[in-house]
Design a protein around this ligand. Sequence first.
Ligand code: C5P
Length: 429
Amino acid sequence: MEEPTASSVVPPPPGAARRVVLGVTGGIAAYKAVELCRRLVDAGLHVVPVLTEDATRFVGEVTFSALASEPVRRSLWHEPDPIPHTRLGQTADLVVVAPATARFLGTYAAGISDGLLTATVLATRAPVVVCPAMHTEMWEHPAVQDNLAVLRRRGVHVVEPAEGRLAGGDRGAGRLAEPAVIAEVVLGLLQRHPTPQDLTGRRVVVSAGGTREPIDPVRFITNRSSGKQGYALAEAAAARGASVVLVTTVQRPVPPGVHEVVAVDTAAAMEAAVLGQAATADVVVMAAAVADFRPVQVAPRKLSKSDGPPQLVLEPTVDILAELGRRRRRGQVLVGFAAETHQVETRAAAKLRSKGVDLMVVNDVSAPAAGFEHDTNAVVVLGADGSRREVPLTSKRQVADAVLDSVVDRLPAGAAGGPARDQQPRSRS
Ligand code: C5P
């Protein structure tokens, strides 16, 4: 048989519905893929269901064939099309696999094409979303987590499983994410795809969450930061093609496409992680709420109430952002956040100058539905060049994209980051 070429693939006509391959593998959660299928079709997508042989033991082909835009496909060999293994992947706008079993993740990570679905994900250049579902023990097994880390590094989007009741009646992590959540991820990716890939080849470091400064082994000083804005920035940067390192104090599902997550707790740990990562970064966004002060001494044992109120003596932490400003690499773009309650822009503008950054994102945290813990935010982006951009109340993801638009405007044109840039001399001011 003659090998197909890229040009032999007939593109869908202009204006046609976006094509989504819905891969279903053999797990008990396969029944939830039926609802996902319905939601995607209802959203106006052209859904092509691909079931593994094992999946057909859990759900009937007829159900999917009735709901989807095309009949179920499940084999490399029983198709009228002689080359379904490449055609499906090449013509897809997105591939989503839900549920994705440990076996599927393993074969995909290893690059083994052992059936129509693995062949499809290996033959596509479209975004791939995998939604793992399995028992907690399997989900937590290092082999599974390593395979996921490999897939993430390659840009695969992972919708992490939730905690809840599992097959067999026990509870734990590993339950397939809700179809509504998966559909939202799929629709969001399609909306942004083709996203401007204006951060391709750039290394972006994002910090998120509030630091915790210990008083004794059980108590600490912290703040109300939820980390949501930082996570939205990491996700947006990854969607725009960046290689993203997220330095975080909070535990939230890893945003799709993020390459590396560094967990930290104190300002000192964040300082070490961020300064280390920043040495090779094109962009650093300090969305974290870093403590300005920490207890000078951490009691080795739990302080006792009977000893009376402790006299806490505090000392300043290192201002990481100001230190980044001093160590800035040539062409590196630095972004800070200023969470203020009064004299908002005046105070933020002063920080912009004193810390030596390019952009300061100003957050009036006393405004309704903006700032800490909310899913929405309203900010003003101040530039060191005197620019001022207002982003009215919107989702934190939209705020993230607006901030990144300003970042992209300031990145030097030409070769993106990577090894060559990393070897450039670092300039200090
Ligand atoms: O001075 P202030 O804490 O308001 O500045 C906020 C900005 O500075 C944020 O971007 C925050 O991440 C950063 N910061 C820092 N190190 C500190 C305190 C704040 O990098 N110790």
